[in-house]
Design a protein. Structure first.
Length: 142
């Protein structure tokens, strides 16, 4: 396993195991509040410019799709419906990438013909990007 997964991938898997363990112990409104606090804490840990993008994405996503519940997923800010992650924000630092990523899972209803994007590279957020993201998130929720 040591040569199969990078240190960052192993760390993400450990974070996911902790998330599952914590989630099984918490219920109801307290869980939702704890989950959102954890998301905001993960965003606060990010270096700039990812921190600012993460804060802005959190606001856009929670406003555009209030049905989505913030939670962490593999240590990343994510937003779920009925317990299933719909979209997530991956900072560039997470896997030592040159750009941050806004990704959508297979539960997102973004289907468009036989081929459509499920992840978007982000280097900054313009007003046009923010509007597009809000529309994508609304569509992803269905």
């Amino acid at each position: 396993m040591a040569d199969t997964f990078s240190a960052e991938e192993r760390a993400a898997m450990k974070e996911r195991a902790q998330e599952v363990k914590k989630g099984s112990r918490r219920r109801g409104r307290a869980r939702k509040e704890d989950d959102e606090r954890e998301v905001l804490a993960k965003i606060a840990e990010m270096p700039e410019p990812d921190r600012s993008m993460g804060e802005r994405l959190h606001a856009i996503i929670t406003e555009a799709a209030p049905a989505l519940a913030p939670r962490t997923w593999y240590g990343m800010p994510a937003y779920a419906k009925d317990g299933k992650v719909v979209c997530f924000f991956q900072s560039a630092e997470k896997f030592k990438s040159r750009y941050a990523t806004l990704g959508f899972s297979d539960t997102a209803t973004l289907d468009e013909g036989t081929m459509w994007p499920t992840a978007f590279a982000l280097t900054e957020l313009t007003a046009a990007d923010e509007a597009r993201i809000a529309a994508l998130v609304k569509r992803a929720v269905g």
